[in-house]
Design a protein around this ligand. Structure first.
Ligand code: GTP
Ligand code: SPV
Ligand code: MN
Length: 589
């Protein structure tokens, strides 16, 4: 399929180490993919679902110890530890290569190695980058075929160039003690072994499009971010674009596909989805920031997805979709998860494969991090700009997380530098998307704690630098939101989902200078009357609570921010220190 010498010699080297019985190039044809689906069904790797209700849909369950990203086994192997920084695991490259070579040696014996050429971003776009993933998993091939652009056209685009990311995945025996997700940014190389879970093995996604890409972005003057991209169309038909960074399982997919409340819909407001997880951002010729979604599909959280909460995601997952670790409704061979509807089906198979009958099941039927892999083109609200090789101009950047207390519903940063500080001080309760405890507040700057491919302090500096390259009137305005405030009983006090549209409207009004705001120690808050609460069942006291800044609580948070920043030592940009001092001063006034 190619005469590219770099590709072929690398492939030879990897094959000599892993010794597969056979090597198969993925050309991107439907025929080849269909044959692979049939093979996966025949070996039990996948289950074909009800083809009338869910045409082209399949089911896969992973090992019980292999259901989420493993941050403690994820490494950034830069030449020095300093380059990887204090929030990443590090090992010297030669030491890590040696360790992993021992694990990979002979790992594909008796198996087939698939060669997947793929493009992150539309093939040929100036934003796009190419990767080649070698894997012995058909599940990975079929997921990559949904999540990225694959096949011969990508090799044609690559030509003789050596500019591609070398990705190696071996499923091996999913032994969690020898599981490694390893990045060698200087070599544009990713090695993953002993896992078969999405974020650990679909190497175009978090490994390339965030960790390696953030490193390349720093070097080349662009940004790779854990952000959704949406277009908000007003009744005059004008569309403005918003990027939002929330940590894993904190609402990106949901916000990206939002359906406005009924009365706003009637007025003519619409939301268009460009991306739900990753954005690559560049400064355009006109000096504005432009975003593309490097992916071609959604790897979305299933639990909590329903007709009411995210109709468009559900529609996207009705055909040609792979479901992982959800429950199976045995009555009609379809899928089920907590939150899809009220009652679990009577006759149901839990995600682990155990048959459960009606009321006797224990815990959850679907794994809390169970997912659907759906083609973006299935989405009823996919943006007309989804394939635009130049990307879309960004009006606003929104940060957010799960904070039961502390963060108000929405506030605006005073300027870019303050906005970078707001992103750098993000914190959120942990979720099931990564192995480990759930519900613990941790600092997750720009939602990139698990995904930054170099020193986080240098990453902050890169954000500051990018801001300096844009005129203040052209740079996106920066905001922070929190859909997850709770009352004493742990109930969410903001309705969330479609009603988040009300907050987006305030954000865009602020971008266009159409609304005033109230100055507070942490930034600009909405005037209560400026947030549209028409037809919303929410009382004044609750709105008041959603928009208050409790100084005592914030002073506590600032203490924690200061401790967090201390780990970066002298590398922490002075701008961040300045903003921290300003915040302290504002809060003690
Ligand atoms: P990753 O794919 O892991 O990066 O996650 P994501 O940020 O795309 O999260 P997603 O939109 O899938 O949401 C995760 C969970 O949060 C789902 O169970 C949603 O139902 C829930 N959720 C999303 N938006 C809201 C909201 O506005 N309010 C509340 N209460 N829950 C929400
Ligand atoms: C996340 O965890 O942020 C995801 C899912 O989007 S994964 O691809 O597994 O990282
Ligand atoms: Mn994500």
């Amino acid at each position: 399929m190619t005469n590219n010498k770099t590709v072929l010699s690398w492939l030879d080297e990897m094959a000599a180490m892993t010794t597969p019985d056979e090597i198969v190039w993925i050309d991107g044809s439907e025929k080849q993919l269909e044959d692979l689906r049939a093979e996966a069904v025949s070996t039990g790797e996948m289950i074909q679902l009800n083809q009338e209700k869910l045409p082209g849909c399949y089911y896969h369950r992973t090992a019980e110890n292999d259901v989420a990203r493993v941050e403690d086994r994820t490494f950034i192997c830069t030449p020095t530890e300093e380059e990887a920084g204090p929030v990443n695991n590090w090992m010297a490259p030669e030491q890590m290569y040696a360790k992993l070579k021992a694990l990979y040696t002979g790992s594909m014996k008796g198996r087939t190695m698939y060669v997947i050429p793929y493009s992150m971003g539309p093939v040929g776009s100036p934003f796009s980058k190419i990767g080649i993933e070698l894997t012995d998993s058909i599940y990975v091939v079929l997921n990559m075929a949904i999540m990225t652009r694959i096949g011969q056209k990508v090799l044609d685009q690559l030509g003789d160039s050596a500019d591609f990311v070398k990705c190696l995945h071996a499923k091996k025996d999913v032994n969690p003690d020898e599981r490694y997700i390893v990045h060698f940014p200087q070599d544009s190389t990713i090695w993953s072994i002993n896992s078969a879970y999405g974020g650990n093995v679909l190497l175009g996604k978090k490994c390339f499009a965030l960790r390696i890409a953030s490193y390349l972005g720093k070097k080349e003057g662009w940004m790779a971010e854990h952000m959704l991209i949406l277009g908000l169309e007003n009744p005059q038909g004008e569309v403005k674009y918003i990027c939002a960074a929330f940590p894993s399982a904190c609402g990106k997919t949901n916000l990206a596909m939002l359906i406005p409340p009924e009365y706003l819909k009637e007025k003519g407001y619409k939301v268009w989805t460009v991306g739900d997880d990753i954005a690559w951002l560049r400064i355009g010729k006109d000096g504005r920031l432009y975003a593309i979604n490097p992916e071609a599909g959604f790897f979305g959280v299933a639990p909590g997805t329903s007709e009411k909460t995210n109709f468009n995601a559900l529609e996207s997952a009705k055909k040609n979709t792979i479901f992982t670790n959800v429950a199976i409704n045995n009555a009609d061979n379809t899928v089920w998860w907590e939150g899809l509807d009220k009652n679990p089906p009577e006759d149901c198979t839990e995600w682990t494969g155990k048959l459960v009958n009606g009321k006797t099941y224990e815990g959850k039927l679907a794994h809390p991090n169970s997912r659907f892999t759906a083609p973006a083109i299935n989405c009823p609200c996919i943006s007309s700009e989804f394939e635009n090789p130049e990307g879309v101009p960004v009006s606003a950047i929104v940060f957010g997380g799960r904070r039961a207390k502390t963060a108000p519903l929405v506030y605006q940063a005073r300027d870019w530098q303050h906005g970078v500080f707001v992103g750098a001080t993000m914190a959120s309760e942990t979720t099931a998307a990564a192995a480990g405890a759930v519900g613990v507040v941790r600092r997750d700057p720009m939602a990139m704690k698990p995904f930054v491919g170099y020193n986080m302090a240098d990453y902050f500096a890169h954000w500051i630098e990018m801001g300096k390259k844009m005129d203040a009137d052209k740079a996106p305005k920066i905001f922070h939101v929190n859909w997850f405030r709770q009352d004493e009983n742990g109930n969410f006090i903001w309705p969330g989902f479609g009603d988040n549209m009300r907050v987006l409207l305030w954000i865009l009004d602020r971008c266009e200078g159409k609304k005033d705001a109230v100055e507070s120690p942490i930034g600009y808050l909405p005037k209560k009357e400026d947030l549209d609460v028409n037809n919303l069942d929410i009382d004044d006291a609750t709105m008041e609570e959603l928009l208050t800044v409790d100084k005592a609580v914030w002073l506590e948070d600032v203490e924690n921010q200061e401790q967090y920043f201390a780990q970066f030592g002298d590398r922490l940009p002075k701008e961040i220190k300045e903003e921290l001092e300003t915040l302290k001063k504002n809060l003690s006034k």
